[in-house]
Write a protein that binds this ligand. Structure first.
Ligand SMILES: [Zn+2]
Length: 276
């Protein structure tokens, strides 16, 4: 039996690679078809389809062919906002451009190049062969700050983010479809963005650990996103992070190209960074 299960299982779309919009879309379609069969008196067919369908979604990620192509659009119309699977929406503390009304974020966000230069000059990151790595002392301070913040709920994290981002950007708790706190929402005069708890803990802790190292407040906020790409452990559960290349959620990967690499926590199933 377990042999059969292993042969049927598709690891690329299950476990930590599971795409929840695909799972939900298939669950909804299965419910509609099973309900239709049951209502028209075909109860045995309905029962077989229900058992087979649930097993297929559980073991293979989805039942209906081409689900990853249509599920994101379908689920986007549902009042569900708790998924962090959209690469285009990589929320960050520095993602909302501010106006000139004062505070830390009143001047333009520094460019990626400026941030990396500042991090290298201050010895926060160090070059290792062709890549960058965290300096040991900064890694320790950052981890200590993450350990302090991870136990806080989203309201407390949002309050800390609000203090940090200055008067022209408003931080609020974003809620999921059940009304439960799900993200830190940032709204400024020039747009909005949202950070799930994992990213909020990582970037807030980074800004705190940078306080004694970088004088420029804008730089401390802007450093959060690039530093996230160098995380080694989960900001929330401290598990070692993994890099995956699985394609998910309608991410359209042109033929001949590989999906982009993602840094994620296998225990929380949370994505921390998507590499270009
Ligand atoms: Zn985790």
């Amino acid at each position: 039996m377990s042999d059969l299960v292993e042969r049927v299982r598709r690891p690329a779309s299950t476990g930590s690679n599971r795409c929840w919009p695909c799972t939900i879309a298939n669950g909804l379609l299965l419910t509609i078809v099973v309900g239709g069969l049951a209502l028209t008196g075909r109860r045995l067919a309905a029962a077989f389809l229900a058992i087979g369908g649930v097993a297929a979604i559980g073991l293979r990620g989805y039942l209906v062919p081409y689900t990853p192509r249509f599920a994101p659009r379908l689920v986007a119309r549902l009042p569900i906002a708790a998924f962090d699977h959209d690469d285009r929406a990589d929320g960050s503390l520095s993602a909302v451009p501010a106006d000139g009304s004062g505070g830390a974020s009143s001047r333009p966000t520094p460019s990626g190049e400026d941030v990396v230069t500042a991090l290298l000059e201050a010895g926060i990151v160090v070059p290792v062969e062709d890549d960058l790595a965290l300096a040991d002392s900064f890694r320790e301070d950052w981890r200590r700050e993450m350990a302090t913040l991870r136990g806080r709920n989203l309201s407390a994290l949002t309050a800390s983010v609000d203090d940090l981002t200055g008067p022209s950007i408003d931080a609020r708790v974003g809620r999921d479809w059940r009304g439960r706190p799900a993200t830190v929402l940032l709204a400024g005069p020039n747009g909005t963005t949202s950070l799930p708890k994992h990213k909020a803990v990582a970037e807030l802790a980074a800004a705190r650990a940078l306080e004694s190292r970088l004088e420029d407040e804008r730089m401390r906020l802007a450093a959060g996103r690039p530093l996230r790409s160098l995380l080694e452990r989960c900001p929330v559960c401290d598990t070692d992070l993994t890099v995956s290349r699985s394609s998910c959620c309608g991410e359209v990967t042109p033929a001949g190209e590989t999906p982009s690499e993602k840094l994620f926590c296998p225990d929380c199933d949370a994505r921390l960074f998507t590499y270009d």
